[in-house]
Design a protein around this ligand. Structure first.
Ligand code: 5AD
Ligand code: SF4
Length: 471
């Protein structure tokens, strides 16, 4: 199927709704001496963060003041995740908490969007159990927020916009959370249907943005002084395939890395079946590309990889890892691991531990398998008891912590360039930043350094952070 680029007229229609709502919100502000506020609550991955920046961008263009908490809002949008049950339960409980805000301010409009409500059974949950939610819109309908809001305000009826066709929408306003780190979506959706994963069902098939639009966006960010730009897609390695481009992700990354400026490009996520040596070469050859690779392994057992429909086996995965290590010395390698996939035996799990020992990841994101309604793995009889899952999960973490601690020791005494993120969340007296490979670094300094590069001499290396001082 050919990717649908949303016609300009469809975006112009939304801009018209934005202008109308803005006029009304401006009138309200003049009359009452304060502006109506909007609050966007985001769950889930970077793709959702990026979508929320568009939602906030539209809300701002509609004349709302963007708030950092929900209590005084006139518009709340909850952008939900469905990757694991825990994410859905968190979103539902948060939506539950907004009921009392609506009781205090009946003018408040509550909308729910994102992956969770792109599933019919969850739309029904909202319909019947959360009557104070005003409208719901699927991941394909993000750009329709102004129209839905306008209809809701005019007609007062609850709305469910869940049958929008998947497309690529260009030209929406974006309100970026940070002025030095940015997300840039290069494609949307996924074609892979890993048997455990809900994503292909809630984000549709792969759709790539045109390279011209991506290059223009990154150019603009670099010109504005952005220092750290992450290219986003469910599987960036299949960039362009849906468009029949004779131009792949490695070409795109290489072209972007040639934009003049002092910035670093990251990308996520890559599927090992599509990760190419050509891409590794682009990382090796460009100073503006982070020497980092996130390569989700999921399991270290060929049998389980097959049951997951991952389309690669361990030896192919290890080949690409070896190539990375040879071509890019000191590359930071990270991964995703699922523990307790249906049918996982002790031997399969040992295979995963062995893979960790072999690759020696700098960091792993590990998840206990969570059955997702409508996915093939949820139907497999042999689900693993949760006590076994937890026990394996703890062993996995213990091993990884050991490895990460050992790897981090090599940084002792090094001076590393770090992008400062401001005071640490755990200890506001200490500054926190990240290395090019995204390792956390803690150091003494002032919050004025936020958004700037600083050179830090490392004098202590822990499992999850390096500690040092400014030189
Ligand atoms: N259960 C547990 N983890 C999952 N992931 C995706 N689906 C599930 C699931 N049903 C993990 C995978 C993926 C990451 C984003 O989330 O490891 O790479
Ligand atoms: Fe889910 Fe697999 Fe697609 Fe990643 S590649 S989003 S794990 S289906």
């Amino acid at each position: 199927m050919k990717t649908k680029i949303l016609p300009k007229e469809d975006i112009e229609k939304q801009i018209k709704y934005m202008t109308q709502i803005k006029a009304e919100n401006d009138r309200f502000a003049t009359e009452n001496g304060f502006r109506r506020g909007a609050f966007v609550m985001t769950f889930g991955c970077q793709q959702n963060e990026a979508d929320s920046e568009k939602i906030a961008g539209m809300a701002e263009a509609m004349g709302y003041e963007i708030l950092s908490s929900p209590e005084k809002a006139y518009l709340i949008v909850v952008n939900t995740c469905a990757i694991r049950e825990h994410a859905e339960l968190k979103a539902l409980s948060t939506i539950g908490q907004y009921k009392h805000i609506k009781q205090k301010n009946p003018e408040l409009v509550i909308a729910v969007c994102g992956c969770m409500v792109t599933q019919e059974h969850r739309v029904n949950d909202i319909k019947f159990k959360y009557p104070y939610v005003d409208f719901v819109f699927s991941t394909a309908a993000i750009h329709k927020l102004p129209e839905l809001l306008s209809q809701k305000i005019k007609r007062g009826k609850r709305l469910y916009c869940t049958d929008e066709e998947y497309s690529v929408a260009e030209g929406l306003p974006i309100r970026r959370e940070s002025n030095y780190r940015a997300w840039v979506s290069i494609m949307y959706g996924c074609n892979n249907f890993c048997t455990y994963c809900i994503v292909p069902y809630v984000r549709g098939r792969e759709r790539s943005r045109r390279k011209e639009e991506i290059i223009a966006e990154v150019r603009e960010l670099v010109a504005q002084g952005y220092k750290d730009i992450t290219l986003l897609g469910q599987n960036v390695n299949s960039y362009g395939k849906d468009m029949g481009f004779d131009y792949d992700f490695a070409d795109l990354l290489d072209e972007l890395a040639h934009i003049e400026g002092d910035y670093i490009l990251h990308f996520m996520t890559s599927h090992p079946k599509d990760a190419t040596k050509k891409l590794v070469d682009v990382i090796a050859n460009n100073k503006n590309v982070a020497k980092q690779f996130h390569l989700p392994l999921q399991s270290g057992s060929d049998r389980i990889l097959k049951a997951m429909n991952r389309h690669y086996q361990l030896d192919r995965y290890m080949d690409i890892v070896e190539y990375m290590k040879a071509k890019v010395p000191d590359i930071v390698i990270t991964t995703d691991i699922i523990v307790g996939f249906p049918g996982e035996t002790e031997e399969d799990f040992e295979g995963t531990l062995e893979a960790l020992r072999k690759v020696r990841y700098d960091m792993i994101y590990s998840f206990i398998y969570s059955p997702r309604k409508g996915t093939p793995a949820a139907e497999i009889e042999d689900q693993i008891p949760s006590a076994v899952q937890s026990e394996r999960f703890n062993r996995l973490l213990a091993l990884q912590n050991e490895i990460a601690y050992e790897i981090n020791q090599k940084h002792l005494g090094e001076t590393i360039r770090v992008l400062c993120d401001g005071p640490s969340k755990n200890n506001p007296d200490v500054m926190c930043g990240r290395t090019e490979g995204n390792k956390i670094v803690l150091f003494d300094g002032s919050s004025e350094l936020t958004g700037q590069y600083v050179n830090i001499k490392i004098n202590k290396c822990e499992t999850f952070a390096l500690v040092g001082e400014i030189v």
